[in-house]
Design a protein around this ligand. Structure first.
Ligand code: ATP
Ligand code: MG
Length: 244
């Protein structure tokens, strides 16, 4: 791993990029995953690379949904496991959720590497390796899942997910929770609870935050995110960008 000096002004962002590059080298993350991360980073700039209030609210609502679920499942892919393997295992323990590996570019080797990485962090009974069910409406490879996990889940946390799959899960009647820095993505607009935050912050916040039950209006919360972004851009534009 390239040594990044801690004094570098973009240390955190570079550190996270290195995790993904390492993920590709270990056969955990796909090359396309690097591009997806870049898209996320661009939106992170717009919120100032910190957890904003609507994100914190969604994180608390997500915890409440997971805690009250009958069969909560956290669906992970190569980006999630490269970035937050330990936090994923801890969140699963905290919410009594199962972890299932579900890949856009499914290969048996990546499935195994991802699941072993989670096991290194204490993950147990990782699902998805022997799929025995299919999500309706997706083509065969992308729809594969496990009966006891995603297929029969009532609440499914699908961070960094593709819009098609989020929509297919929603059509199955599941409560879909996502983490996605792009408030305009199809996934963000499909989910019941969208956390617009970097997964590195979201999952670490969710180890500590208190759940907040009751009604959660995702459209309204996404509007707040868009308002935050546009107000921030207006303020920056008024102040001038020179001093940043
Ligand atoms: P959609 O399919 O939902 O319309 P998309 O095609 O733009 O979105 P995908 O590659 O399918 O994007 O999904 C990945 C999503 O994850 C993107 O919206 C991206 O912004 C987001 N993302 C990537 N990295 C992170 C991260 N570290 N934290 C949070 N979100 C991220
Ligand atoms: Mg997509």
């Amino acid at each position: 791993m390239t040594e990044i000096p801690k004094t570098h002004p973009r240390y955190e962002s570079l550190r996270v990029r290195e995790l993904l590059v390492e993920g590709v080298e270990y056969g955990i993350t796909s090359k396309a995953g690097l591009i997806a991360h870049g898209r996320g980073e661009a939106f992170d700039y717009l919120i100032g690379e910190k957890t904003i209030e609507p994100a914190r609210l969604a994180e608390r609502a997500a915890l409440a949904a997971l805690f009250s679920a009958r069969n909560p499942v956290i669906s992970v892919n190569g980006n999630v496991v490269a970035l937050v393997p330990e936090e994923t295992v801890k969140l699963a323990e905290r919410s009594d959720a199962k972890i299932e590996v579900n890949l856009f570019h499914r290969t048996e080797e990546r499935m195994h590497r991802i699941s072993s990485r989670l096991e290194e962090y204490g993950g147990e009974n990782i699902l998805g390796l022997q799929p025995d069910a299919e999500i309706p409406g997706l083509d065969h490879a992308r729809g594969l899942c496990s009966e006891e996990g995603i297929y029969s889940s009532d609440v499914v946390l699908v961070p960094l997910e593709d819009g098609d799959r989020a929509q297919a899960l929603s059509k199955m009647g599941k409560t879909v929770v996502t983490v996605d820095l792009n408030p305009l993505s199809r996934t963000s607009r499909t989910a019941d609870i969208t956390i617009v935050d970097n997964i590195t912050r979201a999952f670490s916040n969710m180890r500590e935050l208190e759940p907040l039950g009751g009604s959660f209006d995702n459209d309204k919360n996404l509007s707040k995110v868009l308002d935050f972004m546009s107000n921030r851009l207006s303020e920056l534009s008024e102040k001038g960008l020179q001093k940043r």
